[in-house]
Design a protein around this ligand. Structure first.
Ligand code: ZN
Length: 133
């Protein structure tokens, strides 16, 4: 079952500048900075009173985030929901004919497993997140 919003993902060109802005001006708490090789991004994770905002900087030109910024510019990229049963959710989506980017969970940041639902099916690019075993 989907439990809550896990985080909001925002695509940026320059992570260091973004960190300065959101740490020093907005005053958000920086939780961590992490490389996520499976998505070819560097991620800065902020906490805003229990809701996480993740800023994503592409680490290579074949990163999905690089392509996104080239096409649409910086900005809101995806919304992520936490689920206690990512495999079950993916099965349900497949049965309903929902278009998936990841048919199986892949490794996300901080030991999580993630899968993306195609925005053609979910209006906005949607990520499912579960804790690793
Ligand atoms: Zn995400």
């Amino acid at each position: 079952m989907i439990k809550r919003i896990d985080h909001i993902g925002v695509a940026v060109r320059d992570l260091d500048k973004t960190i300065e802005l959101y740490k020093d001006v907005f005053g958000f708490e920086l939780l961590e900075i992490e490389d996520v090789p499976s998505q070819k991004v560097r991620v800065a994770k902020f906490d805003v009173n229990g809701v996480h905002i993740e800023f994503l900087e592409p680490t290579s030109e074949d990163s999905p985030i690089y392509k996104y910024i080239e096409k649409k510019g910086e900005g809101m990229h995806h919304i992520a929901y936490f689920t206690d049963d990512i495999e079950g959710e993916l099965e349900k989506f497949k049965e309903k004919g929902i278009k998936l980017i990841n048919e199986e969970p892949v490794k996300g940041s901080s030991g999580t497993y993630i899968a993306f639902v195609h925005p053609k099916s979910s209006i906005i690019l949607t990520e499912l997140v579960s804790k690793g075993e």
